[in-house]
Design a protein around this ligand. Structure first.
Ligand code: KG4
Ligand code: ZN
Length: 353
């Protein structure tokens, strides 16, 4: 395999990722996370994340080159997440990328984090290349978006996003209410399966009916809300159930609350993704982001895509969470297509979309 040798840096949230690709071949993908430092706060603390990136970025670049057997002098380009993300966190990666590009006299490519999440499929080892057009559902602790991807470089349309909490954030906040530790997503899933109360009996997804944010008929008719999400009401609903159960002394299980909550999140994510596919006439969906690890989401999405005649693609989970390979993959695509590089004044833009 050939193609440009590109090093990609990702630092938009709590993962410091450095990946190296040669064209569409993934050579290495090193990720270090500051998640452990955020646990006691129940969520990512921007200052803590930035400081951790500063400590991790240098060793991560060296480690990635070692693992890939690549000298810095062999690289053809440097790519970096320019946004969206946490400003202070992004600045660490962008600063490092600029330093490398300037010192090595290489072109620098600032890329969009969301596009990179989709572009990662270009370097997954089990397919030839990313299928387009596709609808992308990106769900993590920091973002929840539906995108229409006509072309990974120059035809990306944001169809809708969350207007409040990201899906993963809703999992994390609800987990905290249920007394489960951060990151909440995996623990809520385990609780829903009855794996945390020692019973092994899955929660009843119907025991508590959680609200489906922005999914009423009137919302779906409104072009501004049709593909948008709202998850902030879910934690209030969970709190109400917990309080009610405590006050009344009912035997409602945490498993039931977790299962009902999970089902509500998954239901709107899947419903709106399939609406986007139907509306655009696109029969392909790709899933990305850390919440892609949720088995209920993958199951329901797979079932409903199959019913709708839509092909579902879930890249390997290690490539779904934030990483440098996705940035390198998009960078290599830009280089291959002769795209103009960014200049050394490249800014980190927290709200870039
Ligand atoms: O993509 P990611 O690793 O980092 C960013 O947020 O960018 O995603 C982490 C998020 C957290 O909110 C975590 O609770 C959620 O993904 N998550 C899950 C599961 N595993 C991770 N949410 C639901 N179910 C899971 N199994
Ligand atoms: Zn992400």
């Amino acid at each position: 395999m050939s193609g440009p040798l590109v090093l990609g840096i990702e630092s938009s949230c709590d993962e410091t990722g450095v990946g190296i690709v040669r064209g569409r071949q993934l050579l290495t993908n090193t990720v270090s996370s500051s998640m452990d430092e955020h646990v006691r706060f129940g969520g990512v603390v921007p200052e803590v994340a930035s400081r951790a990136h500063v400590q991790a970025i240098g060793p991560a670049i060296v480690a990635a080159c070692d693992e890939a057997g690549v000298e810095l002098s062999e690289l053809d380009a440097i790519a970096v997440t320019a946004g969206p993300g946490l400003s202070g966190a992004l600045m660490v990666g962008v600063g490092a990328a600029k330093g490398l590009a300037a010192a090595l006299d290489l072109p620098l490519y600032g890329v969009n984090h969301l596009a990179a999440h989709v572009a990662v499929d270009l370097v997954a080892d089990d397919i030839e290349r990313l299928t387009t057009p596709t609808i992308a559902l990106l769900v993590s602790g920091g973002h929840t978006e539906i995108l229409r991807i006509g072309d990974i470089v120059d035809d990306i349309e944001l169809l809708g996003a969350t207007i409040d909490d990201a899906a993963g954030e809703a999992f994390d906040k609800t987990a905290r209410l249920l007394g489960l530790s951060y990151p909440g997503g995996p623990n809520v899933s385990k609780a829903a399966l009855g794996l945390l109360d020692g019973t092994g009996i899955p929660g009843d997804r119907q025991a508590v009916r959680f609200p489906r944010g922005l999914a009423k008929k009137s919302d779906l008719r409104d072009p501004d809300r049709r593909y948008s999400f709202s998850f902030s009401g879910l934690k209030t609903a969970a709190l109400r159930e917990v309080t009610k159960a405590e006050t009344l002394g009912t035997d409602l299980r945490v498993a039931d609350i977790a299962a009902g909550f999970e089902d509500a999140v998954v239901d709107v994510l899947v419903t709106k993704t399939l609406l986007a596919a139907a509306d655009t006439g696109i029969d392909h969906v790709v899933l990305g982001g850390g919440v892609a690890a949720n088995a209920h989401l993958r199951d329901v999405l797979a079932t409903r895509c199959a019913e709708a005649g839509v092909t579902l693609r879930v890249p390997p989970l290690a490539l779904c969470t934030d990483n440098g390979a996705m940035v390198a993959a998009l960078g290599a695509e830009l280089v291959s297509r002769g795209a103009a590089p960014s200049d050394l004044g490249l800014a980190a833009v927290s709200s870039l979309d």
